[in-house]
Design a binder for this molecule. Sequence first.
Ligand code: PMP
Length: 338
Amino acid sequence: MEYAEHVIDLVGNTPLVKLNALSSALADGNGPTVLAKVEYFNPGGSVKDRIAVRMIDAAEQSGELKPGGTIVEPTSGNTGVGLAMVAQRRGYRCVFVCPDKVSQDKQDVLKAYGAEVVVCPTAVPPDHADSYYQVSDRLVEEIDGAWKPNQYANPANPASHYDTTGPELWQQTEGRITHFVAGVGTGGTISGTGRYLKEVSDGAVRIVGADPEGSVYSGGTGRPYLVEGVGEDFWPETYDASIADEIIAISDADSFQMTRRLAAEEGLLVGGSCGMAVAASLELAERLAAAGQNDAVIVALLPDGGRSYLTKVFNDGWMSSYGFLPTDETDATVTDVL
Ligand code: PMP
């Protein structure tokens, strides 16, 4: 019989899928190959399962997390799902702190895994007493046996990508990957995966960050944007600035429109940060095609699935209330279809 002992044994080894429709116009069909690493195939539904397993393993080994302890983390949802999944197996309590821009669906998923959720305002600076960073610090002090994984500073975060995501991409592309594109939140994905790919290719693989317009990674001030899970208003320790060769800023409108195209044209129902990464990848692919580099193999990492965003990205009313629908919108029935 072939089965896993537990769902957490199924984390990683996600598939690569070619983005045929979206890349078909490049160099009249002879342009760079654009592939997507589809992380919603992880059992918790996102790339964050990888760091959750690794951070908990490391904390158990170091003694920071003791039997019966409580995991407290500020998370936009995906890290929480991963942590809650592992905690359920190993008998830990979970308390998650989220900014209020996080969808109700995402909060409900965390609760379904048995976690407690504390919601904080988005529109306050990180050092404000009500910010989700400060509230989580306070909870760690107040709860006995609390441990904060701190995905923004935990070396197990980039290390999980160095040990899994990077080697998977190198093997899956048989060493032919030339560009890796990922959105930057904590920076764990791009720093860990990028470091591995650079080392294994002697610096040949180019690492490209995708960032919401307004976020610090692309030179912004932290001005608010609506894409979830990416961009920051500070520089986390998990982000290694020496890894990315380039950062491409993408607007909310472009991110969300590309997210809808991924569902409608590629059959990939994914989250807004995926649309952002693919928009950056196609911008890059166009540039490479124009330079005649049609043998390039670009891989975009798609962090999560789209079901948590049905009332936002995939809802015409929500999209048009922010002016995110193109004026010649032809797929107005997309929400009916979904
Ligand atoms: N997209 C989504 C939906 C996420 O939850 C995250 C994690 N914050 C990212 C992208 C960015 O990944 P990383 O934190 O590794 O930079």
